[in-house]
Ligand binder design. Sequence first.
Ligand code: FAD
Length: 390
Amino acid sequence: MTDIPLDFGDLADLELLRRAFRAWLAEHPLPERGADEPVPVFLHRWHRQLHSGGWVGLDVPERYGGRGLTALHQVAVSDELGARGAPGVPRIGYLAHALLEFASEEQRRRLLPRMLRGDDVWCQGFSEPGAGSDLAGMSTHAERHADGHYTVNGQKLWTSYAQYSDLCLLLARTDRAGPPHTSISAFALPLDRAGVTVRPLRAAGGDDEFCELFLDDVRLEESERIGAESEGWSLAMTTVSYERNALDTGHLPKYGLLVERLRRTAHERRDTLPDGLLSEIGRCVVDYGVLVAHARRRTAERLAGQGAGPESSIDKLLMTRAEQRLYETALKVFPEELYGEGGEVLGDYFYSRAASVYGGTSQIQRNIIAKRLLNLPADLRLRTEPRDAT
Ligand SMILES: Cc1cc2nc3c(=O)[nH]c(=O)nc-3n(C[C@H](O)[C@H](O)[C@H](O)COP(=O)(O)OP(=O)(O)OC[C@H]3O[C@@H](n4cnc5c(N)ncnc54)[C@H](O)[C@@H]3O)c2cc1C
């Protein structure tokens, strides 16, 4: 890993931005969520409100609809939102990075401003019934015709909030015979295109985040392919690296609020909380501190012009551990949240169970760390020297 000094440059400039954002927030507070308003619809309203003030895509170049500032400015905005318990900027960062790195200039100028404004809501069509961890084993196929257009057939699964989305960043195999890593391409699929069926799935907890996506003879134009043909695997790896990054997920401020609440409670109820629980709270504080240190490192790397890479798998593992321990501990310390109407901790506790699956499972992150960061052989047993039989 590169050892980049944590030099954040002119922090006075950052303080000015924070002040301007606080003043704007005071006049444009988080709106009330309507009684029957689905969460994604409410968050989309919030996204548009933030964008109207210029608070979305701060680190995206101006020519693509952003403000041309830095990752540090975007982090400052997330911090301010988190400190108020407000939802962060919707999770478009990793999709925006995929477009910034792979889309053509024409596509960036057309797609990014609409994504940042919230005119187009995007979802991510990577996983399939037979291809989750083994993403390269996907079977959705895009057949190319002589005039350059494609016909796509296949099925995607676990596509979050596809029913509220306009476009899907779709991966499909453009070469059935070639090795998986050089035969996958990426497309911007309009979800209202003929042949696309979006079917929401109800999860055990009652929400309908997941969707199945059925693709039957869907026509896609060459101009809807993102990146060169067969560049889809690299695009996918870039996307998930940002998705796994402590900096880009925007989860930190939310964790921070709960860690602070736990820390305060540990002081106030020092004499009554069991020792075991006090030390669990201590671990939460440490986990959070480690995550913040990682986010600072990622910020420094980003400021130095380095994109997200396999190191994000370390962040993802740390985030998963921190999040799961945090909500488990919070439920023990605040058991009343188990029963309260819409107890927030309980909802977050349930969602934290998915942290070791979405964006690639914890086992897969460990495989990536072993192979790509530590360069360990795929099967350690094969490299063990045979014992001397004499
Ligand atoms: C909340 C949530 C939101 C999601 N949103 C999206 C989305 O918007 N778009 C999208 O495309 N996908 C999405 N997913 C899907 C997610 O990416 C997959 O669930 C994940 O990659 C795992 O794939 P799988 O479910 O097929 O499990 P499998 O790949 O079948 O894995 C099953 C088990 O086997 C283990 N395993 C598999 N291979 C290995 C290996 N080589 N070494 C060690 N262990 C292994 C896994 O770790 C896991 O424990 C979402 C998932 C969740 C939970």
